[in-house]
Design a protein around this ligand. Structure first.
Ligand code: ARG
Length: 259
């Protein structure tokens, strides 16, 4: 009889332990804090990344997109402002996890870092002064001054123009200012950025786009070579395309739904 009682009590205690009922005090379930996704960008590239005047807030298509990706991955997005040519070194030094900066997918970059699937199709254009009748395309720029952002595909394209005097700047604000001040004949920059700059007033009074779109390029997100995150980012991109979120952001910034 005594033995049976001991056995029953032991069983009861075991059941209580397994069930974890510590006398009814309900503790909130422990939710692990979201991991931080450290993002680098260079924010003089509206409408992809920019800071409104007097604000440190990051705005733009890329910024919305990476925040949406962060949500998909349950990660807290932290955005850091750096030079465009510092982004890939920062990835490789482990200072940031990803860079999103309207960065074109190129074979050279793909050697240095992982790049996600493309998320935006772009290209380069020539921008000149509004009153410039002599320059009708890139072929008219031989031996002329061209302003570009350092480390960009625009800078690479300018370097191929025979005899061109290429002036490299850290920010696109300086690039356009140089054109405004007539320090150069032209700027080579991404088409959607030039269009936005002209449409939103920035360069409306003094600049225009000439010639055809050059070098079809697609933007991708960069990560450290062989990062396990690359697959996850591609999956998140695909999910955002499937659930309509990507189209929403595209329409918000470019005024039409991506076909
Ligand atoms: N698409 C060009 C490139 O990859 C220019 C990108 C500039 N981006 C920026 N956020 N400033 O080289």
């Amino acid at each position: 009889m005594k033995k049976a009682l001991v056995l029953m009590m032991t069983l009861l205690m075991a059941v209580m332990m397994v069930a974890g009922c510590g006398g009814g005090d309900k503790k909130a379930p422990v939710v692990p804090a979201p991991k931080v996704l450290k993002v680098g960008t260079e924010p003089t590239f509206a409408p992809f990344e920019f800071q409104k005047e007097g604000s440190k807030e990051f705005d733009g298509f890329d910024m919305d997109l990476i925040r949406a990706i962060g949500k998909q991955l349950n990660m807290k997005v932290e955005i850091l402002n750096m030079g465009f040519d510092a982004l890939i070194p920062a990835i490789n030094a482990g200072n940031i996890d990803v860079a999103i900066a309207g960065m074109s997918i190129t074979p050279d970059r793909q050697k240095a870092v992982d790049m996600s699937d493309p998320y935006y199709v772009s290209g380069l254009v020539v921008v000149v002064g509004k009153d410039n009748a002599a320059v009708k395309s890139v072929n008219d720029l031989n031996n002329k001054g061209i302003a570009v952002q350092i480390g960009t595909t625009g800078a690479e394209r300018a370097a191929k123009v025979p005899g061109a005097k290429v002036k490299n700047f850290n920010t696109n604000a300086e690039v356009f200012l140089e054109l405004k001040n007539k320090g150069v004949e032209a700027v080579i920059i991404d088409k959607p950025v030039a269009e936005y700059f002209l449409a939103t007033g920035g360069g409306k009074d003094y600049a225009k786009i000439v010639g055809d779109t050059m070098e079809a390029e697609s933007y991708g997100i960069s990560l450290k070579k062989n990062s396990p995150l690359t697959k996850e980012i591609n999956k998140a991109l695909l999910d955002l395309k499937k659930n309509g979120e990507y189209d929403k952001l595209y329409a918000k910034w470019f005024g039409a739904v991506k076909k």
